[in-house]
Structure formats: C-alpha cells, structure tokens
Design a protein around this ligand. Structure first.
Ligand code: GCU
Length: 609
C-alpha cells in the first residue's frame, strides 16, 4: 500500500512541478486593480455549468449549442432570443471579500456563485506588452473565463494563482467571469470537517499585472542556511532565456552584483555580504532590494535574518529566542468575515503587540500577503501552515497533489519574507502509515524549496501512567516539536494543570501550538463556572504555572487571539455560531485571560533583557 502511494506521489510531483508558474512580488509590480463591485448570480444547481443532461457546457462542442450558459455571458439580442440570466441586472458583491458576511442569505451558503466584472483596459504606459490576471485567493474551486474564453481552473482556497490574458484582452468592455464553488468534499484540502467558517468567494485582491515579453517571474534572496554573511538564492525568468544578465543590488549597503541565467532561464547565486543589519522583532530592518534585467526593474523590501533549531533551542540571529505567540484565524472578528487588507492585518498585529507577542501562528491555512508583509514591517515572527487538518484523506494521491500544490504556492509567494520562520505541514492529524508518508513527502518538498526555514506540524499527545507523551513518528522529521493540548477544557480540571507531566522522544525545541478555553466576554462568575471570563483566566494562570516547569518549551501560541465564526459552535446565548476561545471578543473586548498572557509575556521579555 505504502509503496503504491509513493509511486503515485512521484507521478503527482512531476505533474505539479510542471505547471507551477506563479508570478511573485505582485505588490511591487505594474498592476491595475479589479477590486470593487462584481455582479453575481447564485447557482446552487450549477445551471450555468451543466445542461439538462448534466453535461458541462464547458466543452467546445457543447458551448456552441448553448447561449443559455452563464459563462458565455451572452445577451439577448432580440425579443426572440432565449437567455435566462442577466449579470448586469443582478446584485453585486464586493471583491475582495467572502460572500457569507456580505449578505444574510449567503451566511451559510455552500455551493456555486458566478461573478462577473466588466472593465475597459488601457496599458499603463510602461511598455510592458504581456498581461496576466492575478488572484490572491478564491475559495475553493475557481473556473475562470475572459471574454467567453476559458482561462483555467484553480483548486485551493488560500493561495494565489494567475493566468495570461495578453491575447484575449480588449480595449473596451472586457468580461471576466468566475464560477466559484466552496462546496466541501472528502478529497479536498481541507476536507469536510473543520472548526472554522467555510467562507466562499473571491476572498482576496484581483489585479491585472503587466510584464515585459521576457520577465523576472520569481526569485529567492535570503541569507544562506547557517550563515549571516552570505546571501544565496536564484532569479527565475518566465522562459528558458539563457545568458540574460541580471543585476541584484542593495544600494543602502553598496551591494551590486551581476549574474547570468542558465539554459533554464535561472540564475543561481551566492555572495558574501557584509554590513547587513539583521531583521528581528526588536528591529525589523527591511532593505530595498533591486532586481533588474535589460527588460525590467523590480524592487522588493526584504529583511535578512538567520533561524535555526539547535540543542533544543530556537536560535534567531545566533541567539536563543522564546516565541511569545498567539494563534490567529484569517478573520476580521468585528466584521465577522475573511480578513484581506492592510487595515485588517494592522488590527490583528497591533493586538498581538499589545499582548507582548513576538510571534503568531497563522492558522490553519496560508493567510493573505498583506498580513505577511505587514508582519515583516512590524517585527512579528510567523508560523505559516497549509490546511492539512484533522481527517484529510491521506490515502488519496490526488489529495496529496492538492496539499502539495498549496504548499508550493505559499512557499513560492512568501519565501523572501523575513517574518516567516516556520512552515507547518498539518494540524492534529490522526497517525497512520499513509499519513506519515503524506507528511514526510510534504516535508521533503519544503526542504527542497526552502532549506532556510524550520519545519513543524501541530501534533497531539497520548497519556501513559499519568505522563503526557509526544512520540508521534513525525516528530523525527520536523525541526520543532509542536503540539496542541486542552487540559482543563476538553477533559481534566484547571486545578490539576500545574502538576501535569510531559515527556518528549526528541531533543528538539517544543512549542505548545494550542491551549485555551471558551469564555463569553462580559459573562462573569466564579472560576469553577465554565464559559465565564474567570474560568478562562484561571485556566490560563494554571497553564502558565505548568509551562514554567517545562524546560523543553521554547514557545507557545494560545488558541486564539479573537473569537471566530464556526458552524460547529452552536450553544445558544454563549456561542451562537462563534468559537469563544478568543482572548478578544468579536466586539473587540479584551477578556480577563488576555491580561494574564500579556503579563507573563512581559515578564519573559523583561527577563530576557
Ligand atoms: C483544535 C483545532 C482548532 C480548534 C480548537 C478548538 O485543536 O486545532 O482548529 O478550533 O481545537 O477546539 O477550539
């Protein structure tokens, strides 16, 4: 069984690698935003996609026969024509943004919604002839059409993708149509079972990106693993143009280098570099880095730092660091919808700073790029993860391919961000041979793509003779052993927490990647009464007493910064569709447990100085 699984994986690997063409550093490129109002049509029976014999219109022969299919965006030309929809007379949704939080009738909607955006297009005058349409993310499956032509499909709700539109764009009245389907299904990543809201839609920015004929599609510029004075990486052109000269410069430190691309259009480099001020939470120093060719000049804002796991410690820039963290879902809790902007990122990161954090676990899927770049600027270290969550179908090689795609896309997008120090593979996944093979392969992909960062996964413990043990086989494969524990909430009593004993089978840094308790903000009582702020406060106090007695512990990310929507949480007058483990409520109120954590982190920070 396992051998067959590995065979499948090698097939998937080839196919996935063959088509990855993501353009990176979108924020610093020549772009035109397509954000704003998009018309939409709710289509729970996929009438616009399948004919009455359930054959997809989306095939050439079928398409010609029908003018009734949504994606053709046909318009009735005369009173005889039969067209049974009209985008322009339909309602609108804001993009970026999930549909659930924009209209009460869509709050629980799971299915297909068609989006349409009309726009004129004139070049921005930079002389770049090629144009791509770039999506920050669409949850969960997107079928994309421009002016009646199918551009392609993307599966995965939290990572970017793009399609070239150079030869399809018109000067006037372009018609961009998406079929977006957020239906959950067993083979997906995540699978059907999650403790968060299944927000559907075009949840992140949409932009047209202009690039030259031959352009710099991607690059990796970071300190070499184990070094603080050598930068290494690559610059990748969009095609196999060889002998193209590439300049990499960091003017602030008089760093100017020339490299040449090989016959794959890739220029690999390694240079000594001095005078760098290393990026850190205390001093999140970003440099203006200029990457140019004869065709274009790109700039980026890049921080340089080292991160290692050594002798049971996490070492940042050569010194041990304790990660004072907090978990976060990608949600603006006051809006009750997906977060997607700089403003949303600023709220979350400012709250984290108030909590005296230097670290955040972005759960349970890749967050939007605004968040990552804002963390770079504000000096918050990040744990990023893909939604290989709970009961993902580990025996299904297509499911593996989906996880691999999402991991490839998030590492491709964020590998130059100093704040990102940990790539996490999974959350609370049940142990099995298939799951071990699945995760082990994701780990080796991660190390191939980026050996400068640390690898982890949120594991679970077992109990034996009164000791809680973490000896998950995956702990052999990661750099940091992370685990979730809810003693005092899902079993046990807060009063017993300080005496809980832990055992680890690896001499590696340990992070408690989740602990917490539900509390309704404003509900007060004694500390034995569940759902009161006092119960949660007491559990946090007791957990800190326990953590102070764990020498292996090098970081903690309590679950969670803010209350978040979950269809699983239905207790009337307490949950009402919200998971109440937030230290901050969905009306922005800090609960008593917030101040317990804030005080301990301040003590740790004080001791460190
Ligand atoms: C789990 C899981 C979270 C979930 C949390 C909870 O550990 O990782 O996604 O929300 O516990 O039960 O609140």
């Amino acid at each position: 069984m396992i051998r067959a699984f590995f065979v499948f994986i090698s097939l998937i690997c080839f196919s996935i690698v063959a088509h990855g063409q993501l353009i990176t550093n979108i924020p610093n490129r020549t772009t035109t935003s397509l954000n704003g109002k998009w018309h939409y049509i709710i289509d729970p029976y996929e009438t616009g996609y399948f004919d009455y014999r359930y054959r997809p219109y989306d095939t050439d022969e079928n398409r010609k026969k029908s003018s009734a299919a949504f994606f053709n965006y046909a318009k009735a030309k005369n009173k005889l024509d039969r067209v049974e929809y009209d985008f322009d007379k339909s309602a609108t949704l804001l993009v970026p943004g999930d549909w659930n939080s924009q209209d009460d009738k869509l709050l629980y909607y799971e299915g297909t919604i068609w989006y349409k955006k009309s726009f004129d297009y004139k070049k921005t005058g930079t002389g770049h002839p090629r144009v791509f349409v770039h999506f920050g993310a669409v949850n969960y499956i997107a079928e994309v059409y421009l002016n009646g032509e199918k551009l392609g499909t993307h599966e995965g709700g939290f990572t970017p993708f793009d399609f070239e539109v150079t030869d399809i764009l018109k000067v006037e009245n372009n018609c961009l149509v998406l079929k977006v389907d957020n239906t959950r299904f067993k083979e997906a990543v995540p699978t059907v079972n999650t403790d968060w809201w299944n927000y559907g839609g075009i949840t992140r920015d949409v932009k047209l990106v202009e690039v030259p004929e031959v352009f710099i599609r991607d690059y990796f510029i970071q300190l070499k693993k184990g070094s603080d004075n050598i930068i290494a990486g690559f610059v990748q052109l969009n095609n196999a143009e060889k002998e193209t000269e590439i300049n990499i410069s960091i003017p602030e430190i008089d760093f100017y280098k020339k490299i040449k691309t090989d016959n794959r259009g890739r220029a690999v480099f390694e240079f000594e570099i001095n005078k760098l001020i290393l990026w850190s939470p205390e001093n999140p120093k970003l440099y203006k880095v200029i990457i140019s060719s004869q065709y274009e000049t790109l700039t980026d804002q890049i921080g340089f730092r080292t991160i290692e796991s050594k002798n049971g410690k996490i070492i940042l820039n050569g010194k041990p660091i304790f990660l004072r963290g907090i978990c976060l879902h990608e949600e603006n809790t006051m809006r009750g919808g997906r977060a997607y902007s700089d403003a949303d990122a600023l709220i979350a990161l400012t709250w984290a700073k108030e909590l005296n954090c230097n670290f955040m676990r972005l759960a349970h899927y890749p967050h939007n790029e605004h968040m990552i770049r804002m963390a770079d600027k504000m000096g918050i270290l990040l744990w990023e993860e893909i939604p290989v969550y709970w009961t993902v179908d580990f025996t299904n090689y297509q499911t593996y391919g989906k996880a691999r795609s999402q991991l490839t896309e998030v590492i491709t997008r964020d590998k130059n961000r100093a704040s990102v120090i940990i790539w996490s593979m999974a959350n609370e996944t049940p142990q099995s041979d298939a799951r071990y093979a699945f995760l082990k392969n994701l780990i080796s992909l991660t190390r191939q793509m980026d050996d400068t960062r640390l690898v982890s996964a949120a594991l679970q413990h077992r109990s034996e003779k009164g000791v809680n043990i973490i000896d998950d086989p995956i702990s052999h494969e990661v750099d940091i052993v992370a685990f979730n524990q809810y003693i005092g909430w899902y079993g046990g009593h807060p009063k017993d927490i300080p005496n809980v004993k832990w055992a680890f089978d690896q001499n590696k840094p340990v992070i408690i990647s989740e602990f917490g308790a539900g509390a309704l903000a404003g509900l007060h009582g004694d500390r034995e009464t569940r759902w009161t702020e006092e119960y949660a406060e007491y559990l946090y106090e007791q957990t800190i007493l326990m953590m102070k007695k764990m020498p292996e512990l090098q970081g903690v990310t309590p679950w969670i910064l803010a209350d978040f929507r979950s269809p699983k949480r239905v207790l009337p007058y307490i949950q009402d569709g919200w998971n109440r483990k937030g230290l901050i409520s969905n009306t922005g109120e800090k609960k008593k447990a917030f101040f317990v954590m804030q005080k301990w982190y301040a003590e740790i920070e004080g001791n460190k100085k």
